[in-house]
Design a binder for this molecule. Structure first.
Ligand SMILES: Cc1cc2nc3c(=O)[nH]c(=O)nc-3n(C[C@H](O)[C@H](O)[C@H](O)COP(=O)(O)OP(=O)(O)OC[C@H]3O[C@@H](n4cnc5c(N)ncnc54)[C@H](O)[C@@H]3O)c2cc1C
Length: 339
């Protein structure tokens, strides 16, 4: 070796171009044990793609170039839109193609589909975590929507189950893929939802499927670009759950104003916002007063995905550390051989 002052040695190669599924024996064994062996081929293919240097770079870019809020256009007209780096959109296409948002709810459900989805989720979590937020919330909302969505939104049920990522600003029944978020947390309370101050007044009749006007705010409203959010608001009977589409059925924007995006420590690629409801239009899901019971069905399911995502990140950290320790030498021995 010719020595120059720029020669770098004993610096391990970065871990890339590995198959995230085939290199994970415990995950492979769990798949078989829990009855989702049928998904092995998909997982091996996605594992190869996700482990590539190109995918890891997309994950880096989506976080290095976080989303930007566009409140107004050049004429001063409110836009309330969020711009993302193209890497975010490519990653979103991937998580939707993997059906992280709806594999469990397909009409012809394969046996143990939630096991297969969990394995896919763990693979994606090793590349980028922010994109898991929209698909987690959508996945958790679908069973509620399948039960409670008012008849006027029946046309949303098919695109909710598609594998397409569709960013067009159109009413849900005109799109090929949909995302759903949830709005509970307010400034004065996140755990303590009973302190919710947002209120809902009926436009006419009150009751399931009826239309209400919502006035108030949410302090943590992730994925504001979602096609709709499930939102908690007070009615005389107590906290109630409302379906707030971003665009109303006639194509006009709902009165949901994005005040700013959160400057977060983690989850930077994903937009989380503070919003004001200035007479926003919402449809009541279930009965008035049933809101916490309903929305916590969704919230509870997202917490399972938090565990899967954490597992994926720990797996990645462990793999990187092990790969490093196999290459890095100290006092003539690899780190992994030191006692
Ligand atoms: C990245 C990110 C995205 C989010 N996206 C959304 C979203 O899309 N929609 C939404 O509605 N919210 C969202 N949130 C908000 C989140 O759900 C709240 O932060 C959470 O509910 C906790 O509320 P808080 O922050 O007000 O904490 P607090 O309610 O003030 O709680 C503070 C601490 O006290 C603990 N605590 C609370 N009650 C008890 C108790 N009874 N006993 C013991 N300990 C207790 C809590 O565990 C917590 O550690 C998001 C948060 C983050 C970080």
């Amino acid at each position: 070796m010719t020595w120059t002052t720029h020669t770098v040695f004993n610096q391990p190669h970065p871990l890339s171009n590995s198959n995230l599924f085939l290199s994970d024996t415990p995950l492979s064994e769990a798949l078989q044990r829990e009855g989702a062996e049928w998904d092995r081929e998909w997982l091996a293919s996605v594992g190869l793609q996700l482990g590539s240097a190109e995918s890891l770079e997309l994950g880096r870019l989506a976080n290095a170039e976080p989303p930007e809020l566009l409140r107004y256009d050049a004429r001063g007209v409110r836009l309330d839109e969020v711009r993302f780096h193209p890497a975010w959109h490519l990653l979103m296409q991937g998580v939707c193609a993997s059906r992280l948002h709806n594999l469990s709810w397909q009409p012809t459900v394969r046996e143990h589909a939630s096991v297969a989805r969990a394995a896919r989720f763990i693979l994606h979590a090793q590349v980028e975590a922010g994109t898991l937020c929209p698909v987690t919330m959508t996945h958790a909302a679908i069973p509620l929507l399948q039960t409670y969505l008012p008849a006027a939104f029946e046309g949303w049920l098919d695109p909710l189950l598609s594998d397409r990522y569709d960013t067009h600003a159109q009413p849900g029944d005109q799109k090929r893929g949909l995302l759903i978020g949830m709005g509970m947390t307010e400034k004065q309370g996140g755990s303590d939802l009973l302190t919710t101050t947002t209120r809902a007044e009926p436009l006419g009749a009150r009751g399931p499927g009826e239309i209400y006007r919502l006035t108030g705010h949410k302090w943590f409203f992730s994925v504001p670009q979602s096609d709709a959010h499930l939102v908690l608001a007070q009615t005389p009977a107590g906290l109630s759950c409302f379906f707030l589409p971003r665009l109303l059925p006639d194509g006009s924007r709902n009165a949901i104003q994005i005040e700013r995006l959160k400057d977060k420590l983690g989850n930077r690629s994903n937009a989380s916002s503070e919003v004001e409801f200035r007479g926003a239009t919402g449809w009541l899901l279930g009965e008035e007063g049933e809101g916490v019971r309903l929305i916590l069905k969704m919230g509870g399911m997202t917490r399972f995905d938090c565990a899967l995502g954490s597992h994926g990140q720990m797996r990645r950290a462990f793999s990187v550390a092990l790969y490093h320790a196999h290459q890095r030498q100290v006092l003539g021995k690899n780190l992994v051989d030191q006692h």
